[in-house]
Design a protein around this ligand. Structure first.
Ligand code: ZN
Length: 285
């Protein structure tokens, strides 16, 4: 199942291209809400219902009206240095530590798949990431059962203002990654069963058509099930919670000379089997 927010209402996407789908609240006769955030607590019921959608209720949808499919998480986890090539380009340790380096993107930074990116400063950088959204309350989940706690996967960007990110006497990533629009997610949520191998997905990022990041999620130091297991071993995970799973090599700050985003730049982020999101940079206010 693919679940999207379209004009603020939950839709099951039946065809990605051309984009078609059904309005969840209307097609279910009110059994399920139009509010996508309220569907995560009833995720298994929704998935079962979606398997039985009547073709007559399918309508054409507009890509430009897609919104964030995970708009109100109780918690947003973001994992740093989860690809060895990115840790190496950042001159940081590439081996596993006791827990993954984890920060938050405050929920007010989240946005839709085609939201613009207002540049908050002169050193804003890109980080394409696979995003996992939680589908059930989870505590102490075992690695081999962790996929069942995941509602689905989406494409995300962990936009980062590097100067703010590295200010302060000790690492404090969260604020530099939490300006409005710094966490676009989309274009929709894809359930893991739709993917040939949800542990091995190609992900890429292009800036103005030039590919700047390319890796596979199989290269993650902590896989999605391992992240769900270790995070749920410390925090209770709630339906609708969001996990940004880390970025591979190729960010602007690690280049010589460093390269940062400027007004008019266009960032296209893709994950195999899910789709793409796109941001155009606007000048700071
Ligand atoms: Zn990141």
């Amino acid at each position: 199942m693919r679940l999207a927010t379209v004009r603020g209402r939950a839709h099951v996407v039946t065809d990605p291209d051309p984009l078609r789908g059904v309005d969840v609240e209307q097609a279910s006769g009110g059994r399920f809400s139009a509010d996508i955030a309220s569907l995560y607590p009833v995720w298994s019921d929704l998935v079962a219902w979606a398997g039985d959608i009547d073709d007559a209720q399918v309508v054409a949808l507009d890509r430009a009206s897609l919104g964030n499919p995970a708009p109100r998480p109780a918690q947003v986890f973001a994992v740093g240095l989860n690809y060895a090539d990115h840790a190496a380009e950042s001159n940081l340790a590439t081996e596993r530590t006791l827990v993954p380096p984890t920060f938050t993107k405050f929920p007010s930074s989240l946005s839709g798949p085609f939201s613009p990116l207002r540049l908050a400063g002169p050193t804003v950088d890109w980080e394409v990431e696979l995003v996992a959204v939680i589908g059930r309350t989870a505590t102490g989940v075992a690695v081999d059962e962790a996929w069942s706690s995941v509602a689905g996967l989406a494409v995300g960007q962990d936009f980062s203002e590097r100067t703010v990110q590295s200010a302060g006497p000790a690492p404090q990533f969260s604020l530099g990654k939490s300006y409005p629009g710094f966490g676009p997610i989309g274009p929709w949520l894809v359930t893991p069963d739709e993917l040939a191998d949800p542990d091995d997905l190609l992900l890429t990022c292009a800036v103005n058509g030039e590919e700047v990041q390319k890796s596979r999620t199989s290269q993650m130091i902590w896989s999605v099930p391992e992240l769900v297991s270790v995070l749920s071993g410390i925090c209770t995970l709630h339906p609708g919670d969001v996990i940004f799973t880390g970025t591979p090599a190729g960010v602007g700050a690690a280049r010589t000379p460093p390269r940062f985003l400027t007004p008019g730049d266009r960032i296209v982020s893709r994950v195999e089997g899910i789709g793409e999101i796109e941001q155009t940079c606007l000048a700071a206010d």
